[in-house]
Design a protein around this ligand. Structure first.
Ligand code: SAH
Ligand code: AVI
Length: 330
């Protein structure tokens, strides 16, 4: 993890941090790809420059309802959320292009309470751009970024107090349900009693609608999915040919999650030198690349038990596609 903006860091520090990130990636990729019967890759590795651009394209697709639905909910309710929490600091996990945060920044500015903004994001280049854009547009605030993983690096946000933490887009659904307990616990630890945590939650719905959202007609999601192989090629010297794989996404109604996979179109043998792994797949074998869990109000609230967070408001759209859950640190 790394605090931005940087004044000037010596190269040795930068190299050590990058080496650490690479060592983590090597360990995670090795563990994931040697897992059987179903090898897997951590979905955070979708997001290099191209991956983040592809995600932005996904958000514009007619089939992909979450972004525009959440945007409408926040446009209608950001001011009342700010009034309820009265924050002086806004923090966001997985901030990406950093557009929706502006509803909150504008509401805080209007109340003359905007003091500090903190973004935590894995894509450092994207983060730098967001920090610099927000600093220009909100000069009264101190805007900082942390490059890191919201699962392991939440502590980098430092102690809470007058903080509203945002985790938008339904990105919480990309965590395995078993990870939610420790995640909420870690989030509660960077919030002071009374602080707020706004979580975007994609809801259980008609499977056909979910299927369409992850199998768009233009094939942008398929490119996004295959991009993880390009990231492994670039960072670990892997020898994947993305055209050896087809995109697969399906809804598992029992587990209430979308699962994305890459299916080998032919027998492949891929060397990943940095991880000292050779991945051998037969035609039809698959790699799991992402979970996108869907929740109901009840199944989501059940995950909060003993976390130090309580569900205070549940804001949805008229079609009940998506919810913004306002949690409060007890
Ligand atoms: N908040 C934005 C972007 C959501 S996409 C929006 O509402 O549109 C998910 C974002 O989380 C991406 O920008 C991705 O780079 C980032 N991300 C994914 N996994 C991450 C992780 N483990 N730690 C930190 N950031 C992560
Ligand atoms: C970032 N996250 C909430 C997206 C999702 O819907 O799970 C990522 C994504 N995967 C495929 N399409 C979009």
């Amino acid at each position: 993890m790394h605090q931005l903006p940087v004044v000037r860091r010596v190269d040795a520090v930068r190299t050590r941090r990058q080496e650490q990130a690479l060592a983590t990636m090597v360990a995670e990729v090795r563990a994931g790809l040697t897992r059987r019967p179903l090898p897997e890759l951590p979905c955070k590795y979708f997001y290099d420059e191209r991956g983040s651009q592809l995600f932005e394209e996904i958000t514009q697709l007619p089939e992909y309802y979450p972004t525009r639905t959440e945007t409408a909910i926040l446009a209608a309710h950001a001011a009342e959320i700010v009034d309820a929490v009265s924050p002086r600091e806004l923090a966001e996990l997985g901030s990406g292009a950093g557009r929706k945060i502006r509803f909150f920044l504008d509401a805080m500015r209007a109340r003359r309470r905007l003091e500090s903004v903190l973004l935590l994001e894995i894509n450092e280049a994207y983060l730098r751009e967001s920090v610099s854009r927000l600093q220009t547009d909100y000069p009264e605030a101190r805007v900082r970024g942390v490059t890191g993983d919201f699962v392991s690096d939440l502590g980098a946000l430092g102690p809470g107090g007058d903080r509203l933490l945002l985790f938008l887009a339904g990105t919480i659904g990309n965590l395995h349900p078993a990870e939610l307990g420790p995640f909420f616990h870690a989030a509660a630890a960077v919030l002071a009693p009374g602080d707020g945590f706004l979580v975007g939650v994609d809801l259980v719905k008609d499977p056909a609608r979910l299927h369409a959202a992850y199998n768009d007609a233009r094939g942008v999601t398929a490119e996004f999915n295959r991009n993880i192989l390009r990231v492994l090629n670039a960072r670990l010297g892997a020898g994947f040919d993305p055209s050896d794989f087809e995109h697969r996404a399906f809804y598992d109604a029992e587990r209430q999650w979308i699962e994305m996979r890459l299916r080998a179109l032919r027998r492949v043998s891929v060397r990943i030198p940095a991880a000292d792994v050779t991945l051998r797949l037969e035609e039809g074998d698959e790699i799991r690349t992402e979970l996108s869990c869907k929740y109901t109000r009840e199944s989501f609230a059940a995950r909060l038990r003993r976390s130090g967070l309580v569900l205070e408001r549940w804001l949805t759209d008229p079609e009940k596609l998506f919810a913004s859950a306002l949690l409060r640190r007890t």
